[in-house]
Design a protein around this ligand. Structure first.
Ligand code: ADP
Ligand code: MG
Ligand code: MG
Ligand code: MG
Length: 388
């Protein structure tokens, strides 16, 4: 078969693309580009007489946010498809099905989840997601345990590192999460009312050192296959279902990174809400509890080698949460003053936004500096509730 040169799809060609694969042949279809990201095209294609269709996600060779001048590898589409396939083996109920992947075109055809809502949007609308915390705890425990040295052989672990060799996207995270927000970088973006608070962070030598240690963890700890971008915009949910999408940043890294990113993005709701905070606080604690319990159970039932001391696994779990609290701190800071913000906070009216960002910056710095004494999510929350 002759390979076709890469071409971005359009709404029209996305329909013929699917029909050539044998989907919706002889049916009148409609295609809409529904992507809200800056890096990829997402088309929903459906026969005009049905609601449910198929999703085509195609990586663009550049980041849209700065025009075509920021090239970005197309390989991330294959990384995303491969990670979602692994998740389909481990936790099929918690991810979309993958129907086709085309490496040259950087295209993945997947299950249409538009009957669900992006979790960030739902949370901003104050909707309840009663199963979300349990589901994401299970997602984290299964995806991280079975790709860690507890749940996989050295040969397969090495294979994961090779399959998910993702240096370009790891570089983006390194810059945007661990480097740029901690100095006067041009990529930062924040309100001038925050300047004093921000300069205090930039001049805080202890903070600088601890953030550098966390960056080194991100670069050097090869604990498990991470999703790599697990914020509330990478999750579809309803009152009963949870589906994790968008693992294009997947790589083998520190377990605390995925744990911390999702927790931080829930915390933004606690900071920005005036009521119903208890519900989110419960979710934070439930995620930690379900993750720990499930991870231990998986280790008891599926460990690839006979580690027989439960103390060992408990000590490891404590370490993952200490790392996670550091990641929460970095995520708090970068989502307030870095390049990529979050709607939970950005949509607030200016005075409140400034006040809340000041709180989040102080909270984040405290997480980074005192993560060892804070230790876990339960303590983090009770400390925070006592202070406020
Ligand atoms: P990006 O990597 O560009 O952020 P995402 O995978 O997060 O792309 O998808 C961007 C948007 O496209 C999502 O927020 C969602 O609205 C829509 N989308 C993505 N995947 C699906 C899907 N499987 N079903 C329905 N909508 C989807
Ligand atoms: Mg997006
Ligand atoms: Mg996304
Ligand atoms: Mg993405």
């Amino acid at each position: 078969i002759q390979k076709k040169e890469y071409r971005p799809l359009t709404e029209a060609t996305s329909i013929t693309y699917l029909q050539k694969l044998g989907y919706f042949t002889n049916q009148v279809c409609e295609s809409v580009e529904i992507g809200d990201g800056n890096l990829n095209l997402v088309f929903k294609v459906r026969p005009v007489d049905q609601e449910q269709g198929l999703i085509i996600k195609q990586a663009l060779p550049y980041a849209k946010v700065v025009g075509e001048s920021w090239p970005l590898t197309l390989k991330r589409a294959t990384i995303e498809s491969n990670a979602t396939k692994i998740y389909n083996e481990l936790i099929p109920n918690l991810v979309p099905k993958i129907f086709a992947h085309d490496e040259e075109q950087a295209v993945t055809v997947m299950e249409d989840l538009s009957h669900l809502q992006i979790l960030r949007k739902g949370l901003i609308e104050k909707k309840s997601f009663p199963f979300f915390a349990e589901h994401i705890g299970e997602f984290l425990a299964n995806s991280l345990f079975f790709t860690s040295d507890f749940g996989t052989t050295p040969a397969k672990k090495k294979e994961l590192e090779l399959t998910f060799n993702n240096p370009e996207l790891c570089d983006i995270t390194e810059d945007l999460v661990y480097t740029d927000p901690f100095f006067n970088s041009e990529t930062n973006s924040f309100e001038e009312e925050l300047l004093e608070d921000v300069q205090a962070l930039w001049n805080d030598e202890v903070l600088q050192l601890e953030a550098a240690k966390l960056k080194l963890d991100f670069l050097s700890k090869k604990e498990a296959l991470l999703h790599g971008d697990l914020h509330t915009g990478s999750i579809f949910a309803s009152a009963t279902e949870t589906k994790v999408i968008d693992p294009e940043f997947a790589f083998v890294g520190p377990i605390g990174f995925d744990l911390g990113q999702i927790q931080a993005n829930l915390l933004f709701q606690i900071f920005s809400r005036t009521d119903q905070k208890e519900e989110i606080l419960d979710q934070l604690v439930t995620i930690e509890k379900v993750f720990n319990e499930t991870f231990i159970r998986l280790w008891e039932e599926h460990s690839v080698r006979p580690f027989n001391q439960v103390e060992l696994i408990k000590e490891k779990l404590e370490g993952y949460w200490i790392d996670a609290i550091g990641v929460i701190g970095c995520e708090c800071i970068r989502r307030s003053i870095g390049l990529a913000h979050v709607e939970d906070i950005d949509s607030l009216e200016l005075d409140r936004k400034i006040a809340i960002k000041k709180e989040i910056l102080a909270f984040g710095a405290n997480c980074i500096k005192n993560r060892f004494t804070i230790g876990n999510i339960k303590n983090l929350i009770s400390d925070w509730s006592n202070k406020s």
